[in-house]
Each structure stands twice: as structure tokens, then as C-alpha cells.
Design a binder for this molecule. Structure first.
Ligand code: HEM
Length: 414
């Protein structure tokens, strides 16, 4: 292996260290992503430039010469093989995005607030009962994991009996420790499940995004059946793990920095939003985003880089969020930082996250309500025992065990 190429750890055991190493190699550097070499962009200015450059495409079928071989052997095949707005370019992209966009605008998101609050309150009541019964509470499994799932199911009109079957395959889309066989099986199982769900919704339409998309497909034939299933796959997978990560990371940061939590508590209406933005900057829950391709050579002479036509490009969002050229003392978690929200954690340009307002609303409501319900919460293990999720893409923790400080003190004294 060429030593100029940084091999990204599939289990992401030291994300902060790896991102630091990536930045030290320059704004645009070579990385190995599960055996595939790419140009990783970690400097925010270069990211913005390339994410708005028409010579950069996400359409692997059209612009990646190794597409056919790669989907046969690369565990992240699903990320480049899906046919939806995520992998579309130019006018195709705009047409696909227009179909889904209105469902996620600010007005619709605002209307989701009471739904998010009701789900949050129900989950917190269960957590409180668990804690009262002396059981350990895991903020990820008991809370952060369930909330975005329930929200997406509500939006997509997915009845409860389908939900459990969805959780595992969607979670595995982000698991970069799977080998090709397991990743292939998982992707195909997920697509088959969603194809069955489309049939179900054709028979049981409702006032939901899935039914809207089916109407678009069946009415004006603007979507192929493949695009319909893959668009559902995108919304489910984009909306789960990413938001779980944001809720876990926000609360981890607040619990690890009690003085910051104290500042937020004095004015949660305004400052919980700031804590969420600062978390997105410092610990982007989508760390890197595979993949983009140069449609023609791109010269960056000032840094002596030429990205060749067809070469893959990786947006390195978590590394960009801690870039010292842009953010003062970037490792520090500071809810009063004036420029937190200039992060790129939701991407930038044409493919910028459609669900950003929804995800931030969920994280704000979840975190405000959690700290109200558990005013004396602490992390119940030493922070060096917290284990990251095994994913190059998703940046979060496998578990975040919490307890009440009083109970921890009693336990220590006993
Ligand atoms: C904290 C939570 C989230 C994070 C960090 C996040 C991050 C991102 C990022 C970085 C992109 C841009 C990908 C690129 O570089 O091309 C993206 C795209 C997208 N996100 Fe999110 N996302 C989150 C939540 C959501 C939610 C809740 C939904 C919907 C339910 C959603 C739907 C989408 C869609 C549909 C796209 C594709 C847009 C396009 O290609 O035009 N995301 N997201």
C-alpha cells in the first residue's frame, strides 16, 4: 500500500485522531475506503468549492468508469448503486429531488413538532419507569434509536407491524465492518422488503410520503419502479442512523461538559439549538459521504493536485468540522461559539440534506425533554469505555449508558 494513502479504519476506532491525520495531509488527500482509493476533501473551503462544481457528479453509472466491477466487490456497493436523487446528476437530480423536497420544507417540519414531542414523551416515560425499576438506561437504544424511526414511520405511513423488520437492515447500511457477502445480502433484503411495502401501500394508500411517491410513479410515470423503491430506501436510511447519531452525540457532549449544559439550561429555548449546531460542527454524525466522481480533470494547482477524470471523491465532513483554519480551538465544545452553524455536516450545494430541518428539530426536542426528565443525568461509565459504532460513515456511539448522579453516588458509597 502506498504510504501517501491513508487507510480509513472500517470500525472507526479513533475518528478524531484519523481526521486529524487526514487534515495534516492537506486539503485534498488520498484515502483508502474499504479497498477503494479516493480523494478525500477535508478543508471546508475546498469542500464548498467541489460540492458546487458541475464537474463533480454523484452518478456512478455515468461518471465512474469502474462502476460495474466496484458494485460486484465493494461492501459499500449500495451507496453507489441505488437509483435515486442521492446518485443522480444535473437535471435528473433536480427532477427526483423535486418529488420529495416539499415533504421536508420548513412548514411541514414545523407541523411535525407535536408528533415529535408526543413520541419523545412516550419514550421518556418508558425510560423513567426503567430507571425507577433500577435498570440501566441506554440513551441510544431506549431513546435516540426509537425517536427518528417513529418519526420516519409516521412520515412514510409505515404501520407498526413493518417497523421491526426495517430497523436491522437499515442500520446495517451504515455498518462498514460487513464483508461483501453480508453487505450484498443486507442490501437485497432491504430492497425486497421495501418493494413489498410499496405493494402494501398501493393497496392501503394514505396521507403520507410513500403514497405521494406512488401516485407520482403510477400517475405520470416520472419515476421508475426502481427509483421509487430506492427513494424510499434513501429516506429511511438517511433519516434513521444519522439522526440517532445526532441525538446521541448532542447529549454525550452536554453530559461530558457540565458547564456547557448549565449554560444551555439557563435558556434552553435558544441554546439547545446552539448545542445541536455545535455538535454537528464538532462531531458530524455523517463523517464521510461516499462517493462523487470528476466528470473531467479538475486542477487545483495551488495545492499541486489534479483529480483525474472518473476518479472518486469523498466528502470528509467530520474532518472539516474541526478544521483549525476555519474554527478557533476546533476540538472545544462551546455552545456559544459564534460560527457553529457554518458547519457542512448536512452537506452543501445541490445535494444538501433535505431532512436537515427535521433532524435538528428532533434533536432539539429530544435533548430539551431528556434533560428536563433527567435533570441530574450523568454518563454511567467512564468515557473511555464508550465504543464508537463500527462505521466509516456514521459517527456515533454503540451505547450511551446513563444514570442519575444521586444513584451513582449511592452505588459508589455502597
Ligand atoms: C443529523 C441528521 C442528518 C445528517 C447529519 C444528514 C446528512 C446528510 C448529508 C451530509 C447529505 C448530503 C450528501 C452529499 O454529500 O451528497 C444528506 C443528504 C440527504 N439527506 Fe440527510 N442527514 C440527516 C438527516 C436526514 C433526515 C432526517 C432525512 C429525511 C428523513 C434526510 C434525508 C436526506 C436526503 C433525501 C438526502 C439526499 C439529498 C440529495 O441527494 O439531493 N437526512 N444528508
Amino acid at each position: 500500500m502506498n504510504s501517501n494513502v491513508l487507510v480509513l479504519d472500517p470500525k472507526a476506532r479513533d475518528r478524531v485522531g484519523e481526521d486529524r491525520e487526514l487534515r495534516s495531509r492537506g486539503p485534498v488527500a488520498r484515502v483508502d475506503l474499504l479497498g477503494l482509493e479516493a480523494w478525500a476533501i477535508s478543508h471546508p473551503a475546498y469542500l464548498k468549492r467541489l460540492l458546487t462544481d458541475d464537474r463533480v457528479s454523484k452518478d456512478a453509472r455515468r461518471h465512474y468508469p469502474d462502476f460495474e466491477q466496484t458494485v460486484q466487490r465493494w461492501p459499500l456497493w449500495l451507496w453507489i448503486a441505488v437509483e435515486n436523487m442521492f446518485t443522480a446528476y444535473g437535471t435528473d437530480h433536480r427532477a427526483l429531488r423535486r418529488l420529495v423536497g416539499p415533504a421536508f420544507n420548513h412548514r411541514r417540519t414545523k407541523a411535525m413538532r407535536p408528533v415529535i414531542q408526543t413520541i419523545t414523551d412516550r419514550l421518556l416515560a418508558k425510560m423513567l419507569a426503567k430507571e425507577k425499576a433500577g435498570e440501566l438506561v441506554d440513551l441510544r437504544a431506549d431513546f435516540a434509536h426509537q425517536l427518528p424511526m417513529d418519526v420516519i414511520h409516521h412520515l412514510m405511513g409505515m404501520p407498526r407491524e413493518w417497523q421491526e423488520a426495517m430497523a436491522e437492515p437499515v442500520g446495517k447500511v451504515f455498518d462498514t465492518s460487513l464483508d461483501m457477502g453480508a453487505a450484498l445480502q443486507n442490501g437485497e433484503a432491504l430492497k425486497a422488503l421495501l418493494a413489498r411495502f410499496v405493494e402494501y401501500k398501493r393497496a392501503h394508500p394514505g396521507d403520507d410520503l410513500t403514497s405521494d411517491l406512488i401516485r407520482a410513479r403510477d400517475g405520470e410515470m416520472r419515476l421508475s419502479e426502481q427509483q421509487l423503491v430506492d427513494t424510499l430506501l434513501l429516506v429511511f436510511s438517511a433519516g434513521y442512523e444519522t439522526t440517532v447519531g445526532l441525538i446521541v452525540n448532542t447529549n454525550r457532549n452536554l453530559l461530558e461538559h457540565p458547564r456547557q449544559l448549565e449554560i444551555v439550561r439557563r435558556n434552553p429555548e435558544e441554546l439547545m439549538g446552539a448545542a445541536v449546531q455545535e455538535t454537528l460542527r464538532r462531531d458530524a454524525s455523517v463523517a464521510v459521504l461516499p462517493l462523487r466522481y470528476a466528470t473531467e480533470p479538475i486542477d487545483l494547482p495551488e495545492i499541486s493536485v489534479r483529480i483525474g477524470q472518473g476518479e472518486p471523491i469523498l466528502a470528509a465532513y467530520s474532518a472539516a468540522g474541526r478544521h483549525p483554519a476555519v474554527f478557533d480551538q476546533p476540538d472545544v465544545f462551546d455552545v456559544l461559539r459564534p460560527d457553529s452553524s457554518s458547519h457542512l455536516a448536512f452537506g452543501h450545494g445541490a445535494h444538501m440534506c433535505l431532512g436537515a430541518p427535521l433532524a435538528t428539530e428532533e434533536a432539539k426536542i429530544a435533548s430539551t425533554s431528556f434533560h428536563k426528565a433527567f435533570p441530574d443525568a450523568v454518563i454511567a461509565v467512564d468515557t473511555d469505555e464508550l465504543v464508537p459504532v463500527e462505521s466509516i460513515v456514521s459517527n456515533s456511539l454503540q451505547e450511551l449508558p446513563i444514570a442519575r448522579e444521586s444513584a451513582m453516588k449511592r452505588r459508589r458509597a455502597a
